[in-house]
Design a binder for this molecule. Structure first.
Ligand code: RBF
Length: 158
């Protein structure tokens, strides 16, 4: 058993480059996700000059912009942020699945860590709770996951 190697990524962002792709739809809540993600990245050592924030209209467009960023190959990780609310979105399920499946596909295809911070909630109150309210900040959590995975990938590739 003592020969088994057990590894995971550390939360070290020093020297790494990240893109944050943020949807403007439901911006009041989305801005809290962006703030949480940026705070997480910089607190863990990412240089602000190494962070690119890319704004897109809505969650539907997140994978489209993410694909361009991934294809350009200039970042070590990506954080996807958006707010989709069922009550206001008749085609909620289409937008959510296109967004999440698009991100999952591009993460694997480009071998790029992608943190998922796209809220999919029934009400805007539920979304606000997850964007700096009593349920934490999913933007921060998505950035933390991207940081950990970027470090893990570099260890796996070493
Ligand atoms: N984008 C979001 O990020 N969150 C939403 O809750 C959301 N609701 C929408 C509801 C409708 C009826 C429509 C047409 C679009 C909505 N979008 C939403 C925008 C969508 O992601 C995309 O930006 C637009 O459809 C333009 O391509």
């Amino acid at each position: 058993m003592d020969k088994i190697r057990d590894i995971s990524g550390a939360l070290t962002g020093t020297g790494r480059r990240f893109a944050v792709v943020a949807a403007r739809f439901n911006a009041r809540i989305g801005d809290q996700l962006v703030a949480g993600a940026l705070e997480c990245l910089t607190r863990h050592g990412v240089d602000p000059a190494s962070i690119l924030v890319v704004r897109v209209p809505g969650a539907w467009e997140i994978p489209q912009a993410a694909e361009e960023i991934a294809a350009a190959g200039q970042v070590d990780g990506l954080v996807a942020l958006g707010v989709v609310i069922r009550g206001e979105t008749p085609h909620f399920d289409y937008i959510c699945s296109a967004c999440t499946q698009g991100l999952a596909r591009l993460a694997e295809r480009h071998r790029l860590p992608v943190g998922l911070g796209v809220l999919t909630c029934d009400t805007s109150d539920q979304a606000a709770e997850r964007a700096g309210g009593k349920a934490g900040n999913k933007g921060w959590e998505a950035a933390q996951a991207a940081l950990e995975m970027a470090d893990l990938f570099s260890r796996l590739r070493a």
